[in-house]
Design a binder for this molecule. Structure first.
Ligand code: NAD
Length: 476
């Protein structure tokens, strides 16, 4: 965010969290310093023709940062926002390295961004900017299925990813794995089913697993399970919308939604899809039928609730408002929503913060599945679906014969069903989020003085990256 709300810049705050966790890793200073550093920073300016005339040119500032190359390729989203700057992209690239390590996705961390107000441009103009940015990356060897693989982030989605893929393919004609140069593509252009909702679904799986844990729920005075929990969501974009959807579908109540231009509240629960449709129609979420408008964004953040999901931008919970936060659990769907100072205040108050480097890793996990699909050139489930259906049906027929029962055709179809691509993606994501949370909790249990999930998650990630560097023998 442009306003300075912490004594630390965003990258300094990531480094601060790194330093706090490094002492638990047993790695030496040199290795730690390599892990903490950003390996390459590419800052570019490029012109794009914006009007009809030959002279109607606008110059854009953009970045691609590769934080770590202990695994190849490196990976991270591309952000379109007026707040994009070098420090922000470096911080987000660093978070990507730790995120990939936590969820065992074999990538280094990277991030990109263009300083642009997307509302000011037509779709055609945005396409020109995106294609030009991609060609700059190609020219400097900062993109490719084995080099660096972008994905969507704030302000971008499947549309931008398809422009990137197309530009890359045009400049690398005949590269058989070319589609793997970017993830988050539309399914019709090499994407994978389940990627769009992956980050929000990962947020849901992660919190659901935490809510199953009685020890952690006792800590915050909540019962186990997601059902009946009250939830506040900040940012109804890709991540916020899908987080809200999965929580609501599991019986939680979305009592408030905050957007940059207004916030709404309904103690009986809001339906994110209806709010989204209202926003499309009116341009804002305010005046949503049946809901009460809130005076500002902070009123939603500071509302009494079980789970607060910041899903917009960094540094929204600061030293200034942390003391007024009443949520029991903060689910960091956005990257870096809590400043260093706020983190301390909230931890001292006993609020459980589930950190970004774990909780929003669902996106990169499913991006990994998409990349593997692109390299293998086959849809998930294509080989085994029919085989599994036939063998399940054989087993069910046998049970019917032995027990003398007769299942209805409907039940038979349901039980025999082989997995579709989306089933496999969801299942792989759920397993990843559950096992990674338990790895973090194990790390925490190993150190008596460790209480913060963030520090435990950083320690786990740093250790994994450190060991990878040492095993690779990359130090001359
Ligand atoms: P998005 O552009 O789809 O949506 C962001 C939403 O936040 C928009 O609706 C925007 O209007 C709203 N917003 C902006 N400023 C706000 C404010 N001050 N208060 C309330 N709402 C505000 O972006 P996204 O992809 O959903 O990303 C959101 C966050 O999640 C970012 O921090 C991003 O880095 C992180 N993230 C995204 C992904 C992904 O797969 N898209 C993966 C991991 C992390």
């Amino acid at each position: 965010m442009s306003k300075q709300v912490s004594k630390y810049t965003f990258f300094e705050s990531v480094s601060h969290n790194f330093d706090r966790a490094a002492v638990y890793t047993g790695l030496n200073k040199g290795v730690l310093s390599q892990i903490n550093s950003c390996n390459s920073v590419y800052r570019m300016k490029f012109p794009v023709r914006m009007g009809e005339g030959l002279n109607d040119v606008e110059v854009f500032e953009a970045y691609r940062v590769q934080h770590s190359n202990h695994r190849s390729p490196c990976k991270g989203g591309i952000r379109f926002s007026m707040d994009v700057n070098q420090d922000e992209v470096m911080a987000l690239a660093a978070l990507m390295s730790y995120k990939c390590a936590i969820v065992n996705v074999p990538f280094g961390g990277a991030k990109g961004g263009i300083k642009i107000d997307t509302n000011k441009y037509t779709e055609q103009e945005l396409e020109r900017v995106t294609r030009r940015y991609t060609s700059e990356l190609v020219r400097k060897n900062f993109i490719g299925p084995g080099i660096d693989v972008p994905a969507p982030d704030y302000g971008t989605g499947a549309r931008e990813m398809s422009w990137i893929a197309d530009t890359y393919m045009a400049m690398n004609n005949g590269e058989i794995d070319g589609l793997g140069c970017v993830t988050g593509k539309p399914v019709t252009q090499g994407g994978v089913r389940g990627r769009k909702e992956a980050t929000g679904l990962g947020v849901f799986y992660g919190i659901k697993e935490l809510c199953r844990n009685k020890k952690w729920m006792d800590k915050v005075g909540l019962s186990t399970g997601v059902e009946g929990k009250t939830v506040v969501v900040q940012g109804l974009g890709n991540v916020g919308y899908h987080s809200a959807k999965f929580f609501r579908e599991s019986g939680a109540k979305i009592i408030a939604i905050a957007e940059y231009n207004g916030s709404i509240y309904n103690p009986d629960g809001l339906n994110e899809e209806e709010v989204h449709q209202h926003r499309i129609k009116t341009g804002s979420i305010i005046d949503f039928p049946g809901a009460q408008n809130l005076s500002n964004n902070d009123e939603a953040l500071e509302m009494e609730c079980d789970i607060l999901i910041p899903a917009a931008l960094e540094s929204v919970i600061t030293e200034e408002n942390a003391g007024r936060i009443k949520a029991k659990i903060i689910a960091e769907a956005a990257n870096g929503p809590v400043t260093v100072e706020a983190d301390k205040i909230l931890n001292d108050k006993g609020v459980v913060i589930v950190p970004d480097i774990y909780l929003n890793a669902g996106g990169v996990t499913v991006s990994y599945f998409e990349w593997l699909k692109n390299l293998s050139h086959v849809r998930y489930g294509r080989m085994e679906k029919r085989f599994m259906e036939n063998s399940n049906r054989g087993l069910l027929d046998h049970i019917d014969k032995v027990t003398g029962t007769k299942a209805t055709e409907d039940l038979m179809d349901k039980l025999a069903q082989g997995p579709e691509e989306v089933d496999l993606v969801y299942s792989g994501l759920e397993e990843t989020m559950i096992s990674s949370l338990n790895d973090i909790l194990d790390t925490l249990d190993k150190h008596e003085d460790l209480t913060s999930l963030r520090t435990a998650a950083f320690a786990l990630a740093i250790k994994k990256i450190g060991l990878a560097y040492l095993e690779l023998g990359v130090f001359p």
